[in-house]
Design a protein around this ligand. Structure first.
Ligand code: FES
Ligand SMILES: [Fe+2]
Length: 445
């Protein structure tokens, strides 16, 4: 499904002569001290290629929820950067992630989006791989055995990624040198538990997945979910009027709302408990959250129980975003400097009543799907912010990221780097700090 198509001549293209990118060039692109960013981050092909090498081929990336590949043979296809991959449950019960590309001539070996298969047979010459990417059969194998120099079938398996899970979320990386997933997530796990561990039954993705395109740079939506609370009362005001008959309140007490970040993972939140869930417009969901309140307090403590559905948003570096309580969960897959493929799911507690799961689904469709009121609001802004960079004069003017630059506080309970007030650019700068760290790291992979 297409959220909106920008005519091809409006999409920013590379047409300026530039010096090669060095550390100095990269460092000069973001002024963390005063808060400004060079627009080159959003349109340059060379920067984009470096992002694919130094970020997407290097860090852990969310690839699936365990519930999507519950049984042996269950699979889905997705992307790690621009590398197509297959995520599938093997016979040994482990989740495998390997490239969706045949080792013979490179054809895709799986054309489906999801299903159940124990073998993947390539459409081109019929090479067949098992659910761990091992080459298990090929037509006229004796020809290869007799006419190749030292033919070793066992060496023609498909490149596998490292795979680790955290409470239902499956991550993968092709970087053998990468830290463990535990280290990668760090204290962000304390926040993730609000979403993933507020109920002993755990979570699942509801069946189905929406895939849509937007003509924007992948960092615009990622940084928006990381901490752009400031846009909501303005961008989504008319959407809120359409959904609820009244606009967004932008006068709430900023002394009790926060941004927190660690390793580039960001979460901005209030302590209003059911604010986000109200967006779904389903009274039964609010009742469910209230009914579960005591159990959640016992499980996560009072403070985190207030964050469960609070008006909040989060981005797990680099490109996975969600709205706790509202329960849309998405990845913004980069497809060039000015295009993304957005994958959207609905995350729910497994033990929630079926009728309630349907309500969550309906609420997400109304708000954050290609036809959702709030997603259309956001999509227009991100596409236009990307498209203006077509202008060579426009792209020379830097962007302002200096709101609330000195808002860091110490907090007794909250983990990570904590900033007071949601209306600030702290999390967005933290996202770019991690971006810069990885972009300047030239270690080979
Ligand atoms: S390209 Fe896959 S079998 Fe030839
Ligand atoms: Fe928004």
């Amino acid at each position: 499904m297409l959220t909106k198509t920008i005519p091809i001549n409006e999409i920013p293209r590379n047409r300026e002569r530039r010096e090669p990118i060095t550390h100095e060039t990269l460092r000069a692109l973001v002024d963390f001290e005063n808060g400004s960013i060079d627009r080159r981050l959003y349109w340059d092909d060379e920067i984009y290629s470096l992002e694919m090498e130094r970020i997407f081929a290097r860090t852990w990336l969310f690839v699936a929820h365990e519930s999507q590949v519950a049984e042996y043979g269950d699979f889905l296809t997705t992307f790690m950067g621009e590398d197509g991959v297959i995520v599938t449950r093997g016979q040994d019960g482990k989740v495998n992630v390997f490239l969706n590309s045949c080792t013979h001539r490179g054809n895709k070996i799986c054309l489906a989006e999801a299903g159940n298969k124990r073998r993947f047979t390539c459409n081109y010459h019929g090479w067949t791989f098992d659910s761990a990417g091992v080459l298990v059969g090929l037509p006229q194998e004796e020809l290869y055995n007799n006419t190749c120099r030292d033919f070793k079938k066992s060496e023609l398996g498909i490149r596998k990624a490292r795979v680790e899970s955290y409470k239902g979320l499956v991550f993968a990386t092709f970087n053998e040198e990468a830290e463990s997933l535990e280290q990668f997530l760090g204290d962000y796990r304390w926040y993730l538990d609000i979403l993933l561990d507020n109920d002993p039954g755990g979570t699942e993705f509801l069946p189905g997945n929406i895939k849509s395109h937007m003509a924007c740079n992948w960092k615009y939506p990622s940084e928006n979910f990381a901490g752009d609370s400031y846009h909501a009362a303005w961008t989504h005001n008319s959407g809120a009027v359409a959904l609820f008959g009244k606009g967004v309140d932008n006068k709430y007490d900023q002394s009790k709302v926060y941004q927190a970040n660690m390793n580039g993972h960001c979460w901005q939140f209030g302590l209003d408990q059911i604010g986000n869930a109200m967006v779904l417009g389903e009274q039964d969901i609010l009742d469910y959250l209230k009914e579960n309140d005591a159990k959640v307090i016992a499980r996560l403590g009072k403070l985190r129980s207030r964050m469960i559905g609070s008006i909040s948003s989060a981005n797990l570096f680099p490109h996975t975003s969600f709205l706790p309580g509202q329960n849309t969960f998405r990845t913004w897959h980069p497809k060039g400097p000015s295009k993304i493929e957005l994958h959207t799911w609905v995350l729910v507690n497994k033990s929630a009543p079926e009728a309630l799961k349907t309500m969550y689904m309906r609420g997400v469709m109304r708000s954050f799907s290609p036809s959702g009121v709030l997603e259309m609001d956001d999509g227009d802004n991100w596409e236009n912010a990307t498209a203006t960079n077509l202008g060579v004069v426009t792209r020379r003017q830097k962007l302002h990221y200096g709101l609330g630059i000195d808002s860091r506080i110490e907090h007794e309970e909250l983990k990570g780097n904590v900033h007071l007030r949601k209306y600030n650019d702290a999390n967005q700068l933290a996202f770019y700090r991690r971006w810069m760290e990885l972009m300047c790291d030239e270690r080979s992979l």
